[in-house]
Design a protein around this ligand. Structure first.
Ligand code: SER
Length: 320
């Protein structure tokens, strides 16, 4: 990869992935694509090139790809699961009509494409324990429906046109940098903010509900390592199960209490979030990713908790 376009560079994943890609490939070689309502600021804006890249505007994407001689696109434009349920048509427009535009421009210009899938691509009829790489995918959310479609369409473009499409199924991503918005796994980020602020946390997900999670540095590495993997080794493409840990609210609460003993959590279960969470896997089997491209997470619950609390404490410290 020489020149990369990140679509959605100011979002939850994009803001950190753009910086990581710039570190790996050089600032000048990574274009931060954004929509006018969410322009880049600070380091993201100043360190390298940026361009308005609305995934629903095929011509705009084509112009950027040609102008910057792009050969790889990280397509991160999407609505998360809860907000997508409130705006299903918009979720489809961004996720699928947008993906179509990305894949077409990639086909015409010889670009590789990474469009993440998610644990949300699974549903209630999927085996919940150690969910296999290849299994039933009948999600009931529009988020899940669009992620399964993303996987199928991306594979279609690989088999029919030879477009180098690759992806992972991200679990809940946890970071102290850019907060998520409107996801089912957001509680696992919000809980750290509450703990560091000295507040009690009211958990919207019921006790005992396990979901796969990952610390953002591992998530960024997963995306970049897969895109650099030897294609001859890839039996799968769209998309690989990857995970780093699986926990329920009471587990993350206890991990935080080991460092902040006064921290308290109560429950006020949100029916929509709970229905979504219950339909997702309890734990993923990511052995295909380990075998085909050497996937290996670095952070577990305890090491992530230590780092999150350290970084958030510094971030939220009052000025002066
Ligand atoms: N973090 C996402 C969500 O909760 C799942 O991929 O919507």
């Amino acid at each position: 990869m020489k020149n990369i376009l990140v679509i959605g560079s100011t979002g939850q994943i994009g803001s950190e992935l753009t910086a990581a890609l710039r570190e790996n490939y050089g600032n000048a070689h990574v274009v931060a694509g954004y929509i006018p309502s969410a322009p880049p600021t600070g380091e993201l804006r100043d360190a390298g090139p940026s361009a308005i890249a609305d995934v629903t505007d095929a011509q705009q994407l084509s112009d950027i790809v040609k102008e910057h001689k792009i050969d790889a696109i990280y397509n991160l434009a999407a609505l998360l699961s809860v907000v997508a349920e409130q705006k299903p048509k918009l979720a489809w427009k961004i996720g699928i009509d947008g993906l179509w535009n990305v894949l077409e421009v990639a086909r015409e210009n010889g670009c590789a494409v990474f469009t993440p899938s998610s644990i949300g691509s699974f549903g209630p009829s999927t085996p919940h324990e150690l969910t296999p790489q290849d299994t039933v995918q009948r999600p009931l959310t529009i988020y899940g429906v669009s992620k399964v479609t993303t996987e199928l369409l991306s594979d279609y473009y690989f088999h029919k046109y030879g477009v180098d499409t690759r992806a992972v199924r991200f679990p809940g991503l946890i970071s102290y940098v850019t907060p998520p918005g409107g996801g089912t796994t957001d509680y696992a980020v919000d809980i750290y903010y509450a703990a560091v602020r000295g507040e009690k946390f009211v958990c919207p997900i019921a006790e005992g509900t396990r979901m796969d999670m990952m610390y953002m540095p591992d998530g960024l590495r997963a995306a970049m390592e897969l895109m650099e993997a030897d294609p001859a080794r890839l039996k799968h493409r769209n998309a690989f199960n990857v995970t780093a840990m699986s926990f329920a609210p009471e587990n993350i609460c206890r991990a935080i209490q080991k460092r902040i003993p006064t921290f308290e959590m109560t429950y006020d279960v949100d029916p929509l979030k709970q229905a979504i969470a219950s339909s997702w896997p309890d734990s993923l089997d990511d052995s295909a990713a380990r075998e085909e491209w050497g996937w290996q997470p670095k952070f577990g619950l305890a090491t992530m908790t230590r780092d999150m609390i350290e970084k958030l404490t510094a971030k939220l410290k009052p000025e002066g």
